[in-house]
Design a protein around this ligand. Structure first.
Ligand code: WQD
Length: 335
């Protein structure tokens, strides 16, 4: 099967490339390198012994994107390309609406024109807003979190409406919880440009000495130790989730959570990281981050029942692999 992965050189995309290519899929990547690095192609080659076909294309440029559909007989699309920094989306909402919505509409127009009827979309647990965990796919989505979250809700809606109009079209929306970890080789992982917004890439840079300490955003939540609780899930498990979604997809629209079903607090994650990797993580408790919620973890029964997908990797695997990637990445940066 020939699959186009937009945003395919990013953190999730690169791991999905590896899993799909390993199973014999032919993978085409469209990525404009806005938050990823071209070196990832060589890393995938080191892992798999082959590279995906790469296009430096912005999904917002319909004509450029169409080139890919004219050259390759695309059979499925995994759509990850999009901006994802929550705070930036509040400061610059138009950038987020413009980019994330336009890119998706362009892709769908091309899918319609070229008869591509298999589509997987990268959504987020953020669409649930502040509801009581475990979060279930049947719960309503909650508007009003932030423009980034709104784009995810809008795109889910666009995909559902399009699937109603085209009975041949199959789409699976995957709502990720908090992907961390890295490929066990340490060759690919999360390497955001600039100061990381998310916990794990910040934490590994503290472990590394790049930042003096971790800011922990609040210890007065109603949780086990007062710090925020999230459902951390290994990126390789998430990547495998995309493969089974592609394989088991039926016509019509469906939504699945990808998480472990377990909640971990910030302090528990820091303690696990220190214990497994034998490194110090200095931290300071600071004010809550605006917009954060106390607890979010998944109900994962639906993916288990209908996709036979379950996260296999433990929190220990996640912190070990995240740190291994950071260490190898340091070496690469010195070369
Ligand atoms: C996790 C926990 C923080 C950084 C967001 C988006 C979501 C998804 C992932 C993706 C929280 C705490 C964090 C730090 C901290 N989007 N924290 N110090 O907020 O659950 O989810 O990113 O691409 O849609 O909403 O993830 O990793 O930012 O935070 O204490 O420096 O760590 O308060 O409890 P979050 P996160």
């Amino acid at each position: 099967m020939i699959v186009l992965i937009t945003g395919g050189l990013g953190f999730l995309g690169s791991h999905i490339c590896v899993e799909l290519m390993d199973k014999g899929y032919q993978v085409i990547v469209a990525d404009n390198l806005s938050n990823s690095n071209i070196d990832v192609l060589d890393k995938i080659n080191l892992i798999n012994g082959k590279k995906p076909i790469f296009y430096n294309v912005d999904v917002c440029k319909a004509k450029d994107l169409e080139q890919i559909f004219t050259v390759h007989k695309i059979e499925g699309v995994i759509h990850l390309a999009g901006y994802k920094a929550v705070l930036e989306s509040v400061v610059n909402p138009l950038k987020y609406y413009n980019n994330n919505i336009t890119g998706t509409l362009n892709l769908l127009e091309l899918c319609k024109e070229y008869g591509v009827n298999r589509f997987v979309f990268s959504s987020s647990a953020t669409v649930y807003g502040d509801q009581v965990s475990p979060l279930h796919e049947n719960m309503e989505v909650k508007r009003g979190t932030n423009p980034y979250g709104e784009t995810k809700i809008m795109i889910e809606r666009i995909l559902e409406d399009y699937s109603h109009s085209n009975k041949e079209f199959g789409v699976i929306v995957l709502r990720y919880f908090n992907p961390i970890g890295a490929h066990e080789s340490g060759l690919i992982g999360e390497d955001p440009k600039g100061i990381p917004n998310n916990l794990m890439p910040y934490l590994t840079r503290v472990a590394n000495g790049e930042y003096p300490y971790l800011n922990i955003y609040g210890d007065d939540y109603n949780t086990i130790d007062g710090t925020g609780v999230r459902d951390y899930v290994h990126v390789v498990d998430i990547a495998k989730g995309h493969m089974v979604a592609m394989e088991k997809m039926k016509n019509g629209y469906d939504v699945f959570n990808l998480g472990t079903g377990r909640g971990t607090s910030v302090l528990q994650l820091v303690e696990t990281f220190k214990g497994v990797n034998n490194v110090e993580i200095p931290f300071k408790i600071v004010d809550r981050r605006p917009g954060d919620i106390a607890v979010a973890y998944a109900n994962v029964d639906k993916a288990s029942t209908l996709l036979s997908w379950k996260a296999q990797r433990t929190l220990e695997d996640m912190v070990r692999d995240s740190w291994n990637f950071q260490l190898r990445n340091n070496v690469n940066n010195l070369l």
